[in-house]
Every structure is written in C-alpha cells, then in structure tokens.
Design a protein around this ligand. Sequence first.
Ligand SMILES: [Zn+2]
Length: 421
Amino acid sequence: MKRFRKPISVVLSLLLVFLCFACLSVPRAEAASQGICSVIFMIGDGMGMNHLRLAEQEGYTLFMESGADLSGWSRTRSYSHTVTDSAAGATALSCGVRITNRQLCVFPSDMNKTGLQPRIITENALSHGMRVGIVTTDKTNGATPGGFSVHTDSRDNAEDISAQQLSSGFDLIWGAKTSTVSKTAAAEHGYTYVSNVTELRALETGTRSFAQLPSDCWKLTPSKSSPTLAEMTARSLSLLSADAPYGFFLMVEGAHIDKISDDTGDDGAVDYPSKRADTAEAVAAFDLAVQAAVEFARQDGHTMVIVTADHETGNLYADDASGEYAFHSASHTGKDVPVFVYCASDLFAEGAAVNNSDFANLIASRLGWEERFPIEDPAPVQEPSGSEGGAPAESDGRNFFRRVIDWFRALFQSISDWFRR
Ligand SMILES: [Zn+2]
C-alpha cells in the first residue's frame, strides 16, 4: 500500500491544480461576457463635491463630473468613527468592510474574527490572474496605498507596510519616495527601482517596478525629474494592459487634495488664498489623471473607471455673503463624497448613495467573481521574533496566503506564455 502513496498524492496534486485553474478560469469567461475585464479605481483623497466647485471658482474646467456616465454618492463612515481616517477609508473601499480608524485591512478586535483577515480586492484580483498596480502622489507606504496592499494594525507601521508591498507580487507600486524602500530591497524582490520620470518612461513591458519619485509629483507642472499624476496613470495603464490576458486592477490616488485641505497656516488659519489655490491645483491634476484613465477605458472597451473619495476634508462650502468657497475646518468630515463612473453606467442607480464598503462587491459582480466581500482569510501566524539569536522572522515567510497567490500568478503567466508561443 505504501508504494502507491506517492503516485496517488501526485495525481491528487495535479487534480487540485486542474480544479483550481478551472475555477479561476470561470470568472474570466463571465467577465468577458459582461464586457468588463479591468478596473481603474481612482481616489481623490479628501475630495468632497465642493472641492470641484472650488477648483472651478479658481478658473479650472474639470472633466470628471461633466464627463461621467453615472454619478452618485458614497457614505464614508468607518466602523469605529462617524468620521473616518484614510486607513479605514481605504480598507472599506478595498476589502468591503468598515474597520477601526488608523488600521489597515484587519478586522476590528470586537468583531470576533480572531485569526482571520479581510482579503483585499487587489489580492483577489491577483488570484484571478489579473495584473495589479498602485499609483499615488503620497509616499508608497501611505494610508491609502497601504489600504490596497497590506494588512497591519497601524498605518504608522511604515517599515512593515513597505516590506509587505515588496512581497505583494503587484506589477507596479509607484509613489513619492519613502525611507523604507531601498534600491537593493526592490531588486531583491524582483522590482526595477525607478526614481525619476526618465526611468519611468524607459520601463519595458513585463517589468515589475517600484517607483520612489519626487514629492512634487502631485503638481500640474512638477520639477523636471518628476512625472505628473496624469503621466503616471497613462504610463501605468500602458504597462499593465500590454500583457494582461486576465485584465488588470489599477488604484490611483490623488493624495494632495487631502494633504493641502487639512493644512493650517502659520497663524493656525484654516482658510487662506494660497491654500485654496493649491487645493484647486491638486484637484485639477487629479482631474487630468481621471481624463487619461477614461480615454484609455473608452478606447479599450473592456475597462471601467470609478472615481470617488475616502472622505471629505476641510468642511468646504461657499460663504453666504461673498459666494466664495472657503475652508471651515482643518480636519476630515463625515460628509458623503461624490462618485463618478465611466464605461459602466448601470453599476448602481443614477444619483444613489452607496456605502464605502459596497464598492468591492459592485466591482466583484461586474468582473464575474463568485467571491463576495468581506472575504475572510486566515491571518498569517506571527512567529516570535528574537528566537534563533534574535533574528527577526522574514515577512515573506510569514505570509503563506500571499505566496500561494504568487504561485498561482506564476502558473497563469506560464500557461498564457505557452499559449502565445
Ligand atoms: Zn484620506
């Protein structure tokens, strides 16, 4: 009997691989029949509807509202607070579950989900063979990019966020420079390290890239070595779509709408002319990125674009007397935020208000995924650090789930390469 064990286990393993491949192939067929295979999810961090009005008052003509095929609203609260922070806000959008402020893609402790963690939409996209990218004007380990890529109990865990991102298997992660990603670390994880616009333009299809760009990439006209968010969006789309038999998921964040809106002047003022001008510029730069994404999607015919915000920042409204838009707070608010959809005009009813935690399932349905968020995955077991002479455990080794995803992704890549030959 013993001598049959090995062949049987080999046959069972092959059967398992076949079944997994078959299961993963079904959604692609369904997605193709619905016409949408790829998603561009764009977040204007802190962008309320009045941020658009302010930008118009400052002289900009915007595309995102007038060019939308469908408009509505998103209710932004988190599990723990009426007013969300960006970490819980991103998690609601990416995992389909509201969680505790300042945490990233982990269940609140009082939800009794010990040992489980919510799957991120990007992780699910990888498991379906899709390519995945993250583009932001924030540092790559910021709260919003973190909310689409890592599981950790604090947005302040900068090193852990970067380490998990390097092990994510995503095709590209681009944003402003952090101190927690080195060229060597990027190379060790198979990423081409990019530090300026010239290197960004030189990237070849099929290369995984980790960009650490100048911090002024949010501006309409940044320094010579920096791309604009619109260029980052267009470039990432051309790289992701070039070799994506199962489609792609791209998250793009305009982070500086929030960063400027919650600033206070030297005297503590929450509203002053240069703040209004800079906020309007950040909105206009994000709007150009939206335009680039929608141009791509309309030409492609199999991609949808969703634009929304994680929360409103600055309690921006027009003053009675002057009619001018002005900030009345230097914090986040609990206001509903706008949603604009392109190339999927029936995603929800025109003018409807959806919850921030609804988006993951709206996307899942459109892509033909059978899974429904929140998806509960086993959390990786934390190995005690300090054993074996105090060497910290490698984050790669702790995350079994991510390694399984990588394995499937490599399998898909090999099979699609084989078919193309
Ligand atoms: Zn935010």
